[in-house]
Design a protein around this ligand. Structure first.
Ligand SMILES: [Zn+2]
Length: 336
């Protein structure tokens, strides 16, 4: 591949894996790899491994660190972006209060831009993914939890204390019977629309006696998952279809609030739970359901302009976006 220099490196730290990618000036991935996060040891071990991976990828591509202008690092929060410190990550207890940005800068000898992992993924979609023709977007990731990021004009909206864009914790239910969010508060979006919540809602319906194809498929070796619900829905299973339809309504309520507050050009749905995405009938029906519910709640002028799409970059969004944020900082420094 004819990569445009300078190159940028993106490092996307997750609770299970760390993804490392070399990205060119146009956002094209030159090379990428991943390795298991060393979660039970202080982060210097994982950072050293990341540095070795970067050097190996560059060497295999016939490049060197000299071709790299800057590095982007995305980690789960909570974090202090300005200080470059990861605070109290739930999946990485040994990383508590570690100066991860400076550790990576020291290891690579490059300036490092630090970002929330969801913000990085949002920037990836904004730069070269399904948000590329838009000037602003909100990404909502539906996975184990509900996360997200907000990008406006090349800028990630992280908030004054690095705790902004917590889209999963928008309140959508204030009733007495509201579900409890993993954060401890009642009625947050994440308690309804994460994969965990979808499985919980479906399990409750099954325990209540609802008939479903899922009953035959579930067993000790295959506990209920959002993917099973998605597959059963594609086979016409009524319970699964109704669970997904309800999920679309809950998500629509969250999006309506965000539309009134932020009014982005596009909402992008990412994360592992996409019900087959735009390639599947159920996936398209899910987006249609989200749009229909949102339109019921927002101002008619907002409803007219509402755009909701699936993300395009999958698991690459995090490292591509981290590299993209590093590139934006680099260009700012260069043009200053
Ligand atoms: Zn919450």
């Amino acid at each position: 591949m004819n990569a445009d220099i300078p190159l940028f490196v993106g490092v996307d730290v997750g609770g299970t894996n760390i993804k490392v990618g070399i990205v060119d000036d146009e956002g094209r991935t030159v090379a990428q790899t991943k390795f298991p996060t060393i979660a039970d040891k202080e982060p210097s071990h994982s950072i050293e491994k990341a540095k070795q991976s970067i050097e190996k990828l560059l060497e295999e591509s016939g490049r060197s660190l000299d071709d790299v202008a800057a590095v982007g690092l995305g980690t789960p929060g909570p974090m202090d972006i300005e200080a470059g410190v990861i605070l109290t990550p739930s999946n990485l207890p040994a990383w508590r209060n570690a100066p991860v940005r400076d550790l990576l800068a020291k290891a690579t000898g490059k300036p490092v831009t630090y970002a929330n992992d969801a913000a990085a993924a949002s920037f990836g979609e904004y730069w070269i993914g399904s948000g590329r023709q838009f000037g602003s977007l909100v990404l909502i990731t539906l996975g184990t939890g509900v996360g997200g990021g907000i990008i406006v004009n090349d800028f990630s909206i992280d908030g004054a204390h690095s705790h902004g864009a917590e889209i999963g914790h928008v309140t959508i239910d204030t009733s007495e019977s509201a579900r409890r969010c993993p954060c401890g508060t009642m009625g947050h979006l994440e308690a309804y629309a994460s994969a965990t919540a979808v499985v919980a809602r479906c399990s409750e319906a099954l325990s209540g006696g609802a008939k479903s194809l899922l009953t035959a498929e579930m067993g000790e070796a295959s506990p209920l998952s959002a993917l099973m619900i998605s597959q059963a829905a594609n086979q016409g299973d009524e319970l699964s279809l109704s669970i997904i339809d309800e999920t679309a309504k809950y998500l629509g309520r969250g999006i309506a609030t965000l539309a009134h507050v932020i009014d982005p050009e596009v909402f992008i749905l990412g994360g592992a739970m996409d019900f087959g995405g735009s390639a599947s009938h159920v996936g398209r029906q899910f987006i249609d359901g989200v749009i229909a519910e949102t339109k019921k709640i927002v101002f008619p002028v907002l409803a007219e302009k509402l755009v909701v799409r699936y993300a395009e970059l999958g698991g690459d969004a995090g490292f591509v976006g981290a590299a993209g944020l590093a590139r934006t900082e680099y260009l700012k420094r260069k043009n200053a």
